[in-house]
Design a protein around this ligand. Structure first.
Ligand SMILES: Nc1ncnc2c1ncn2[C@@H]1O[C@H](COP(=O)(O)OP(=O)(O)OP(=O)(O)O)[C@@H](O)[C@H]1O
Ligand SMILES: Cc1ncc(C[n+]2csc(CCOP(=O)(O)O)c2C)c(N)n1
Ligand SMILES: [Mg+2]
Length: 360
């Protein structure tokens, strides 16, 4: 057994070449199992074997105070913050490939780091990336390379490359047809509930102390915190949806109502979300809402309908259809009435539709 020693040099003391070597210590053992990675870190670019000839590409960034706050990990073991960030940065990209019906092959990781960050921080971050690539649905995903830079604020950008599970068949936003049913796989509202808990803890005088909950709600609160800090998208759901004949799909990053509206507009249809189904989902989060001081009684519904970052899979299926395991019905698709615009509605809903990355 080998023991890794803690490397407390700062990244500026270590320098770029030593940093790449430190990163490779973490990712090489993981990459060794990936035959699709013909050439990994060390050259000017990586080389992948892409047998379908149809690479699928996506990219996403995490920024401080937009996507997370350093203070959320105050009082936690030191490695948790970088490890969780690595997992979240990778997961949000893997989720987009899943939503296309693609299997991930490789990630490129670009890090801008303040000079005082330690080598250990970076290694823990990559351990988090590797953790996300060790989940069912992502096990074929290597870490092919990236870029390192220094800057006043930390920022993480990951680019993911995948291949369609079935060459020529992708899960697009544009294929939903009138008469289809709308299904979802993965939790709804948990990440937003976690965000509310974390933001409440930041605002309170005793920071994280309010999160040390005992009793019946403890497990649920812990799940919500995890959903926000280190999400685990259902990465086998895209392939399952395609196998079941899904007509359209996308992942849920900006809130159910906003994202369903995008799918509806791309498909030129009307999607009606099922109030009773979503109320039932909201009820399961009420113990968390009760834990959020000053939260309006409707907070749990807000999380379910418009909370983002759940990274579940939304998909439409011809009716009647047997939904794949893990999916449940939350709405239906219809033609737009004459003069009506395509979009998604939730009858009676007057709250926000979701998150806008340009407005917050
Ligand atoms: N800066 C950009 N230049 C070109 N295309 C972009 C740019 N930003 C977004 N797009 C494209 O717009 C589409 C929607 O982007 P968006 O980031 O909302 O998708 P997403 O990755 O599913 O969302 P999220 O970032 O919430 O995960 C994608 O096809 C994306 O490639
Ligand atoms: C500090 C802090 N404030 C707010 C949020 C919520 N949030 C950030 S990005 C996003 C949607 C996806 O974004 P994008 O489309 O840019 O990928 C949501 C709901 C957070 N996680 N942390
Ligand atoms: Mg997406």
């Amino acid at each position: 057994m080998t023991f890794m020693t803690v490397d407390s040099r700062t990244v500026s003391q270590a320098g770029e070449d030593a940093m790449v070597a430190a990163i490779c210590q973490i990712i090489d053992p993981h990459n060794a199992e990936h035959a699709g990675l013909l050439l990994g870190p060390g050259d000017d670019a990586a080389v992948l074997s892409c047998t379908s000839g149809q690479p699928v590409l996506t990219t996403d960034t995490l920024s401080a105070d937009q996507d997370y706050r350093r203070t959320w990990w105050e009082g936690r073991p030191m490695e948790e913050w970088p490890r969780d960030l690595g997992t979240k940065a990778a997961a949000q990209n893997l989720s987009d490939l899943n939503a296309m019906g693609a299997t991930p092959i490789a990630l490129l990781v670009s890090l801008t780091l303040p000079p005082e960050f330690t080598v250990q921080w970076v290694q823990d971050f990559y351990a988090g990336v590797v953790r996300a690539c060790s989940q069912p649905g992502a096990m074929g995903c290597a870490v092919a390379g990236g870029d390192l830079g220094s800057g006043a604020d930390m920022s993480v950008t990951i680019t993911a490359v995948g291949e369609p599970h079935q060459p020529g068949r992708l899960l697009r936003r544009s294929g939903a047809r009138p008469g289809d049913i709308l299904g979802v796989c993965g939790r709804l509202g948990y990440a937003a509930a976690g965000l509310a808990l974390l933001e409440q803890a930041v605002a309170s005088a005793d920071r994280g102390a309010g999160l040390e909950v005992q009793g019946a709600a403890a497990g649920l609160l812990a799940e919500c915190l995890e959903a926000q800090k280190r999400p685990q998208p259902p990465l086998t759901a895209g392939a399952a949806a395609l196998r079941a004949g899904a007509t359209a799909g996308m992942d849920l990053s900006d809130g159910l109502l906003r994202d369903a509206g995008r799918l509806a507009r791309a498909s030129e249809v009307k999607i009606t979300l099922d109030e009773a189904a979503l109320n039932a989902e909201a009820r399961s989060l009420e113990p968390v809402a009760q834990h959020c001081e000053g939260a309006p009684y409707s907070a749990a519904s807000d999380w379910v309908v418009s909370g983002g970052e759940d990274f579940g899979l939304l998909a439409t299926f011809p009716s009647p259809a047997e939904l794949p395991e893990g999916f449940r019905i939350i709405g239906h698709v219809a033609e737009t009435a004459p003069g009506e615009s395509a979009g998604a509605v939730l009858p009676g809903w007057t709250g926000a539709p979701g998150w806008d990355s340009m407005r917050g």
